[in-house]
Write a protein of this length. Structure first.
Length: 210
């Protein structure tokens, strides 16, 4: 049952493994999450579970959101996320999901919003090469020609040009879970995770179908 969990990125550090190697790790605070909706093939055409995370006051939510949560007896939760699962028979509305669904040694996918870097040029955004730096070049970091002349007489869609960099949903796959601290709702994974500290992230078990 590939059910995931929502959480926040705390930050990065490094730990020493059993062989004495320094290992870069990311500390994540995940859960507890509440099951706020269960979808089945009979009612919705597919099996899924909706989880809620981060308890808030009613001022943050809309009336439809409040009604949706009160209907199942769940607390007011800021974030809702749906996970497709093969079997929902073991889940119940209002059930609490914690980090104990993972264990040390398991492999996960972590999804989050990458750090936004604002308006960026071609060298930074797409790793383009620059023009000559000699005196009088006037083409150090300029984009240059973007069209092909009279034919086709236009610029094709999808042309790589300067623009907004980052602030997109990114999934880092096959991260190894090193430590699970159920008492403090912490997961420590090997490697980097998208976004800045405090960023909302989703953790799912890695599956080959992904």
């Amino acid at each position: 049952m590939p059910l995931g969990i929502l959480g926040n990125k705390i930050g990065m550090t490094q730990i020493v493994d059993d062989l004495g190697n320094l290992v870069p790790v990311t500390i994540l605070r995940a859960g507890p999450c509440t099951v706020t909706q269960i979808k089945t093939v009979e009612t919705d055409g597919y099996s899924a579970a909706q989880l809620g995370y981060a308890q808030v006051t009613s001022k943050v939510l809309t009336k439809p959101q409040i009604g949706h949560l009160e209907k199942v007896g769940a607390p007011l939760l800021r974030y809702l996320h749906e996970y497709k699962i093969s079997d929902t028979s073991e889940l119940s509305l209002g059930q609490t999901i914690g980090v104990d669904i993972f264990s040390a040694g398991s492999v996960v996918d972590v999804t989050g919003k990458s750090i936004g870097k604002g308006f960026a040029g071609l060298q930074k955004r797409y790793n383009f090469g620059r023009g000559p730096m000699t005196h009088g070049s006037k083409n150090h970091r300029a984009p240059g020609s973007i069209g092909a002349g009279t034919t086709p007489g236009r610029v094709y869609p999808g042309k790589k040009m300067a623009g907004h960099l980052g602030a997109k949903q990114v999934t880092i796959k096959k991260l190894k879970v090193l430590i699970v601290d159920a008492e403090n709702n912490l997961i420590i994974v090997k490697g980097a995770v998208p976004g800045k500290p405090g960023n909302l992230i989703s953790i799912q078990p890695y599956t080959f179908s992904n």
